[in-house]
Design a protein around this ligand. Structure first.
Ligand SMILES: Nc1nc2c(ncn2[C@@H]2O[C@H](COP(=O)(O)OP(=O)(O)OP(=O)(O)O)[C@@H](O)[C@H]2O)c(=O)[nH]1
Ligand SMILES: [K+]
Ligand SMILES: [Mg+2]
Length: 440
């Protein structure tokens, strides 16, 4: 990580040209920079002022609004300033060059402003992730998930669990401190067991969420599976409204998994076209079929596609999957409960399938178990924490010493602390902040 004592600057708005560009500055030299770059001198705190911006040789950069926000009540917790300029690349370059003329002042790295906000205690790690998610959000569901995370609701949940674990620890300390007193174990064991058991239940409930939060954030996964030439690639292309996959009358055309990202039912959806399932002709096709099965297995929803003029058999389909008969233009297929009949050639019946997909996906997304786990990092921490809670309960059940039980409870609590970044593992911080955009 670059020197945290530097003053940093970056374009905080979108790429030029744009109507307005916002250049953000943060760090110890902000006052000095504003006093010089704002032609009228350092403005009063948190008041936007209109005027001319000039470089060190007093050449005009542009004119516009500027605002100075002293720390610690700023986004980063440091002195910060924002310059509202005309959004042309020459203007922006001149402004950034002029600012970087000052000593110990440089362009910010991706996420460095938010990293400073984190280092200065303005946000915790989970809230910082929420900020990144809000910026990346493309759907309303992603946006509300991100807002929930950045306003601290998710952090509060993790903090509540951590407090419970600390409560259990305190109860255990009592029995460690008074090991000889006759009733001590009995008095303390049962409350500890109760507390740990309720945490265990809460964790299990939170983890049994069908990964809704992650699916809303990363997208739901749908796989199209079926025999060769059923029209899987043709269906993918129809849904994507472009020629994403190769279509041909040769069975075994698709080998690799071909994926497209779409917005359906207000959600991000990844639709995967896969190799036709049959006895493989060669090693490459066999690998394609293995990947097809793997993808189908991992998917949130499977579309089983069959051709009307072939043997239609849905015995492989599971409950909740979609059964679809294609090529209705070639051979009529009798209406059947729970079977979609369509033709990717004529487009007949496609709208029904699309709205069924939309309904299923939005129903999955609207499963309300708030606040939701939104990423693998959180899930892994909770799983590890749960592991230690269960270990502690197991030890208690077998009459294990309070000291040993406490060690597991401590490890469980530690997981939750690292989750919100209270105890920061440098690689975790690096991974989280490097995914941010520059200027944030
Ligand atoms: N008549 C008719 N032909 C179709 C329809 N859908 C697909 N086809 C044709 O069926 C053949 C196979 O289509 P694909 O989309 O390549 O089938 P696939 O399931 O992806 O095949 P593999 O990748 O080989 O497993 C092509 O010649 C398509 O033009 C349809 O609704 N009606
Ligand atoms: K084919
Ligand atoms: Mg194909």
């Amino acid at each position: 990580m670059a020197d945290a004592r530097d003053t940093i600057c970056a374009l905080a708005s979108g790429p030029p040209p744009s109507a307005i560009a916002i250049v953000r500055i943060s760090g110890p030299r902000v006052r000095e920079i504003c006093a010089s770059v704002f032609e009228a001198g350092l403005p009063a705190p948190r008041r936007s002022v209109f005027g001319r911006f000039v470089d060190v040789s007093r050449e005009t950069i542009d004119e516009g609004l500027g605002i100075f926000m002293p720390g610690p009540k700023s986004y980063t917790g440091e002195d910060t300033a924002e310059l509202y300029l005309h959004g042309g690349s020459a203007v922006i370059d001149h402004a950034l060059d002029a600012i970087c003329e000052f000593p110990d002042t440089r362009l910010a790295e991706p996420g460095e402003f938010t990293r400073r906000a984190f280092e200065n205690g303005r946000v915790d790690l989970v809230e910082a992730e929420g900020i990144a998610d809000l910026i990346d959000a493309e759907t309303r569901a992603q946006k509300s998930l991100a807002l929930n995370q950045l306003d601290g609701a998710l952090s509060a949940q993790y903090a509540k669990w951590r407090e419970k674990l600390v409560e259990a620890l305190a109860l255990l300390e009592v029995s460690i401190d008074f090991p000889d007193e006759e009733d001590a174990p009995d008095e303390t064991t049962s409350p500890v067991t109760n507390v740990l058991d309720s945490i265990r239940h809460a964790f299990i409930e939170a983890l049994q969420d069908d990964e809704v939060g992650e699916r809303i954030r990363e997208g739901f996964r749908i796989a199209i599976v079926g025999p060769p030439n059923a029209g899987k690639s043709s269906l993918l292309n129809r849904l994507a409204r472009r020629e994403a996959a190769i279509v041909s009358d040769i069975p075994g055309t698709t080998r690799d998994v071909v994926e497209v990202r779409l917005k359906i039912g207000g959600q991000i959806v990844w639709i995967a076209d896969t190799a036709g399932l049959r006895e493989a002709g060669d090693a490459i096709e066999a690998e394609g079929i293995r990947r097809a099965r793997e993808r189908a297995e991992a998917a949130d929803l499977r579309i089983h596609l069959r051709a009307a003029d072939e043997n239609v058999d849905f015995s492989e389909a599971g409950a909740g999957d979609l059964n679809v008969v294609n090529k209705s233009d070639r051979k009529a297929y009798p209406a059947e409960e729970g079977v979609f009949i369509l033709s990717t050639l004529t487009g007949d019946g496609l709208a029904d399938l699309e709205s069924a997909i939309a309904d299923i996906v939005s129903a999955k997304a609207n499963r309300t178990i708030a606040p939701l786990i939104t990423r693998k990092r959180h899930r892994l921490s909770l799983q590890t924490s749960l592991f230690h809670v269960e270990q502690a309960l197991d030890l208690l059940g077998r009459g294990g010493g309070a000291e040993l039980v406490a060690e597991d409870v401590r490890l469980a609590a530690r997981q939750l602390s690292s989750l919100v970044g209270e105890i920061g593992v440098e690689e975790v911080l690096g991974a989280v902040f490097s995914s941010f955009c520059i200027g944030k």
